[in-house]
Design a protein around this ligand. Structure first.
Ligand SMILES: Cc1ncc(COP(=O)(O)O)c(C=O)c1O
Ligand SMILES: N[C@@H](CCOP(=O)(O)O)C(=O)O
Length: 469
């Protein structure tokens, strides 16, 4: 399998190199040159497989040529063996034909564990083979950070720096990151928002001189391996609901467009998916594009669903690449005008195509709380605010009650007690046993100004197990 950049100028890479590449050298994102496509018979034959075995079948074409089957199987068995639920990603029924796919049974209680538990193991495998050390710089609005730290904390050859927006993640999210102490783990609170953090990560790929020759690796969904792992649970959910003989719809709480892009790929790989619903919070650039062909930056607002407080949505570029017939020059032009002027529209026929692929809705904080309360009253289930946005969008945008609707349950509600309380849900939520002393643990974190130079200087001072690079 070869991977190409969405901007058309960077060299094509194999899986091992794409895993270690982060952003392409032309500033683009890597995508498979040819997407594998499975037959309906093949997909049907996977019904009932344990999660790790299904993961092997779905992801195998992406790693072919880089990781031998036996090694990949072992890595996947270990990865999904750490999840707290036997089904790994169980489906919970809300209403007649409405389901939540619970993606929060991993160690950090959010869907990010599906990819980041795998990424840590893949990095270990590849870096040990190469005898190489790397530095990770990642941006988080709350969930990627802890999942990446948890996934990489034991990696011998990795130093990890996670930037989060100061005071804009929940306390549980912050503590999940800052209480993991290790000489290779560095938490940085940036006096800015998530977009600022993400921009610093991308800028660091463009000029890596501060790393003095050490390679920079990404844990955000700009890294193809993240998207690859997130494709699997679309197959897993659909197979449990009668797929592929029957099609299934998905509503996906969306910020960086990674999770829903994985669903789009699952559909292109042969999984019959009826609707794919883009569910955003008040930071609704993706909904404004889907509903009105305006991809235009606005002020980023803090909401009750902080993990989706994102305006510059990385993976949207991967969709644009497909919508533009995989023309890298066209994407480079669009991204340039976005950077310069803060927005663009696409030609009418490309936008019409996007409308056929996705439905969308923006949900504000009041509606988020109403939905948490409504679902609690109907079912006794407490939703986290991100999942609630998915439920609201599913209920508003659904076209057929006969087709199962799956909402991605992206995080556990215990991570967001403020939203749950604001929704008026009286039920006490308890942290699981492995996090029960989270509020007593020592925290370690450095607050830095919203300046690239300050961050890069910090990384180069501490990037070698706490010592200078
Ligand atoms: C809990 C939660 N839900 C939804 C999202 C949105 O996912 P994506 O950025 O892949 O669109 C995120 C993070 O981005 C998240 O942490
Ligand atoms: N919601 C994310 C933001 C980063 O997105 P990613 O999927 O590109 O890592 C978070 O919680 O950090």
């Amino acid at each position: 399998m070869r991977y190409i950049s969405t901007r058309g100028q960077a060299p094509a890479l194999n899986f091992e190199d794409v895993l270690l590449a982060g952003l392409a050298t032309d500033g683009g994102l890597y995508v498979p040159e040819n997407l594998p496509r499975f037959t309906q018979e093949e997909i049907a034959s996977w019904a009932g497989l344990p999660y790790h075995e299904l993961a092997f079948r779905v992801m195998r074409p992406f790693v072919t040529g880089s990781i031998p089957d036996a090694d990949f199987k072992k890595i996947l068995e270990e990865t999904y063996g750490v999840f707290a639920h036997n089904a790994v990603a169980p489906l919970r029924q809300l209403n007649g034909n409405e389901w939540v796919l619970e993606l929060f049974h991993g160690p950090t209680l959010a869907f990010k564990d599906f990819a980041l538990q795998l990424l840590g193991r893949l990095l270990d495998y590849v870096l040990e083979k190469r005898g190489e050390r790397v530095v990770i710089v990642g941006a988080t609005s709350g969930d990627t950070g802890s999942a990446a730290i948890e996934g990489c904390k034991h990696c011998e050859n990795v130093d990890i720096f996670i930037l989060h927006p100061h005071n804009r993640v929940s306390e549980v999210q912050r503590r999940q990151m800052t209480t993991i102490l290790g000489e290779n783990i560095h938490n940085i609170a940036i006096e800015g928002n998530f977009d600022d953090c993400q921009e610093m990560v991308k800028a660091s790929f463009a000029d890596q001189s501060f790393l003095k020759g050490t390679r920079l690796v990404a844990v955000n969904s700009i890294n193809w391996a993240r998207i690859m792992a997130q494709i699997v649970y679309y197959f897993h959910a659909a197979l449990q609901l009668g797929g592929p003989a029957r099609s299934v719809s998905f509503s996906v709480p969306t910020g960086n467009f990674g999770d829903i892009f994985a669903g789009y790929l699952a559909r292109n790989m042969g999984l019959p998916i009826n609707q794919l619903i883009v569910a955003t919070n008040r930071n609704d650039i993706l909904h404004r594009f889907m509903s009105g062909n305006q991809y235009v930056k606005e002020t980023l607002h803090a909401t009750l669903s902080p993990s989706m407080d994102i305006m510059v949505s990385s993976n949207f570029e991967r969709l644009l690449f497909d919508l533009h017939g995989r023309n890298g020059a066209a994407i480079a032009g669009l991204m340039d005008s976005f950077k310069q002027g803060g927005g663009f529209s696409v030609e009418q026929e490309r936008w019409t195509e996007a409308r056929k692929l996705f439905d969308s809705l923006a949900v504000d904080d009041a509606q988020t709380c109403e939905t948490i309360a409504e679902v609690y009253e109907q079912t006794g289930e407490v939703l986290d605010p991100h999942t609630a946005i998915g439920v609201k969008a599913a209920r508003e945008c659904r076209r057929s009650l006969d087709i199962p609707m799956v909402i991605l349950g992206t995080a556990h509600p215990v991570k967001f007690p403020d939203a749950v309380e604001k929704a008026g849900v009286g039920k006490a939520l308890e942290l699981p046993a492995h996090l029960s002393d989270l509020f007593e643990r020592e925290e370690r974190c450095t607050v830095l100004p919203n300046e690239l130079k300050a961050v890069q200087a910090f990384v180069s001072q501490h990037g070698n197990r706490g010592k200078p690079l």
